[in-house]
Design a protein around this ligand. Structure first.
Ligand code: J2J
Length: 539
């Protein structure tokens, strides 16, 4: 197992330190400092529990010490798969305190993704919620433990026979290690990915805490802020832009929403005096429609952030009149770069752009297919590097060669236009991935699953514009001679592959032939164009 690192060239690192971006802060020290400064303030509220900073810090330290007492050693990876529950924060900050490295999985992930993340990270443990939305995660974890020799510890929030309960894992904080090196990897985030299964993104204490500090400032957070986590807590947006971690950085309160429906969230906003929350565009649309009908009384809400996928200007313009708050567009990626519209930007910047970078040291290049810069206002590939954008995925030589240019530039796969003011407008994607309501789906990954069906000769998955989801997935299937499977059968087959449900194609079409490009690759572009022409014809 290659060592888990994230290394910027020394001259860059020196600059980021000299400019005050990297300050040597670490997650364990951060929580201790907040608990010392305002221990009685509420840190996390959810599932009927209210945890102060002192309680969170004490709980995390005891839990972390308990993990070490069970035989985990600093540097070990531990996969965390939990919903929006307070124990997520005890778990993650417990891991930080113990020098263990969380690997964040989404609640939607199933056996295929979890087994891949465990193998790739070499995880020795899993901390999970026993059940999330009716799915038995404990049973899955325990069966993986039987199969994977490296996976020795399964710990559940809640209870499940055969697994240790989180509440019973406690040790003496005196046994915790010294604080980690701020340049060491704090955790592994996962990529939305345009090719294959999710890749692991090593983020350091220094680089991530820089984004928390600046994001909190840009989004106007302070000790009185109350952030509603309506999206899954493990997602990078919800965690860091400024998200739950940025709120804890600022000494505010994280309110956990069990679901993101407008009814539930409007009630929580009222009851918990929420000041800021974050949504993906399809959810923002449902909130806007609900607000148009019910006119909710939510005067404490100051900022609605929308990101993860393109939010169209027509929808963006409805936010202030209907919800009475400022819209903040957020265009970010778990690999690093995050752009925000600023709260005091002119209305047209807020509604028509996806913001500008966090840092004066975020470098942006917008280039054509040949790699040459395009003028402002023209669409091109977004390349970036900076004080919190990774220089490589963990143990992915192939993907690293494709995604990183000489000089360390990360090729995001996004097509953007940069305005003279530095604001970016997202125009689309260069790569073959589907952004389904903010969930990124790799076309290649789904094609591999489809081709595994014995009667499928070839499969191509592309995105189709969708009024609600932004994009939905469409699979074109070439059957083996005389034995083409039916779409319903293929859907059943896909469900049996134990993958996140959002990856099952929304549409399946059987075709007699697939268009092949000059290099012998199936032409996704021509299929996308066919779908676009069909949609235009229906208008
Ligand atoms: C268009 N596309 C967007 C936007 C992300 C903050 C916010 C989002 C993410 C995230 C994140 C978009 N308009 N406003 O990590 O910290 C698409 C782009 C991008 C990809 C990254 C954060 N905001 N996108 O969504 O790693 O294609 O991060 O490259 O999941 O989402 O996806 P992900």
């Amino acid at each position: 197992m290659p060592e888990i690192t994230q290394i910027w060239p020394e001259d860059f690192a020196a600059r980021y330190r000299a400019r005050g971006h990297w300050r040597g802060e670490t997650f364990p020290a951060l929580l201790r400092a907040r608990a010392a400064a305002h221990g009685t303030r509420e840190a996390v509220v959810g599932n009927g529990r209210r945890m102060t900073y002192a309680e969170l810090a004490a709980g995390a330290q005891a839990f972390g010490a308990g993990l070490l007492a069970r035989g985990l050693v600093p540097g070990d990876r531990v996969l965390v798969q939990m919903g929006n529950c307070p124990e997520f924060f005890t778990a993650v900050f417990g891991l930080f305190a113990a020098g263990l490295i969380p690997v964040y999985a989404l609640p939607a992930h199933r056996r295929t993704e979890i087994a891949h993340l465990l193998a790739r990270s070499g995880a020795r443990g899993m901390i999970i919620e026993a059940r999330i939305a009716g799915f038995d995660h404990a049973a899955l974890a325990l069966s993986l433990k039987d199969e994977l020799p490296a996976l020795e510890h399964v710990i559940v929030a809640g209870s499940a026979g055969g697994a240790a309960e989180m509440a019973a894992v406690a040790g003496d904080p005196a046994g915790l290690p010294a604080d980690p090196d701020p340049q060491s990897v704090a955790f592994l985030q996962i990529s939305g990915g345009s090719t294959g299964l999710p890749k692991l993104i090593p983020r350091t204490h220094d680089d991530y805490i820089y984004t928390l500090r600046e994001s909190a400032r840009i989004s106007g957070l302070d000790g009185d802020s109350r952030y509603l986590a309506a999206l899954p807590v493990a997602h990078n947006f919800t965690m860091s832009s400024p998200g739950t971690f940025g709120t804890l950085y600022a000494g505010g309160t994280v309110v956990l929403g069990p679901v993101a429906t407008p009814e539930a969230c409007f009630r929580l906003i009222r009851e918990e005096a929420v000041t800021i929350t974050a949504l993906v565009p399809p959810l923002a649309l449902t909130w806007l429609d609900a607000a148009a009908e019910t006119r909710p009384d939510i005067p404490t809400l100051q900022v609605l952030q929308v990101g993860g996928a393109k939010f169209l200007p027509e929808a963006a313009r409805r936010v202030r009149p209907l919800l009475g708050c400022t819209l903040q567009q957020v265009f970010g990626m778990a690999e690093g770069l995050v752009n925000y519209t600023r709260l005091d930007d002119p209305e047209e910047v807020i509604t028509e752009t996806q913001g500008r970078p966090i840092s004066p040291d975020d470098e942006i290049r917008v280039v054509d297919d040949a790699g040459d810069p395009v003028p402002d206002g023209m669409a091109g590939h977004l390349l970036t590097r900076g004080p919190y954008t990774i220089r490589g995925y963990h143990d992915e030589p192939g993907a690293n060669a494709r995604s990183f240019e000489p000089g360390g530039w990360y090729r995001s796969g996004d097509i953007v236009a940069r305005q003279g003011s530095g604001h970016l407008v997202v125009m689309g994607r260069a790569g073959d991935h589907i952004n389904r309501a903010g969930e990124k789906i790799s076309a290649e990954e789904i094609e591999d699953h489809l081709i595994a069906h014995p009667d499928v000769q070839d499969a191509v998955v592309v995105s189709i514009p969708d009024a609600v989801l932004g994009e939905r997935s469409c699979a074109f299937i070439l059957g083996r001679a005389g034995t083409a499977p039916k779409p319903a059968e293929l859907r059943r087959f896909m469900r049996g592959r134990d993958i996140a449900a959002f990856k099952i194609p929304d549409e399946i079409r059987m075709v007699a032939a697939l268009d092949v490009t000059a290099v012998g690759k199936i032409s996704r572009r021509s299929l996308r164009e066919t779908l676009k022409a069909e949609a235009e014809a229906r208008k």
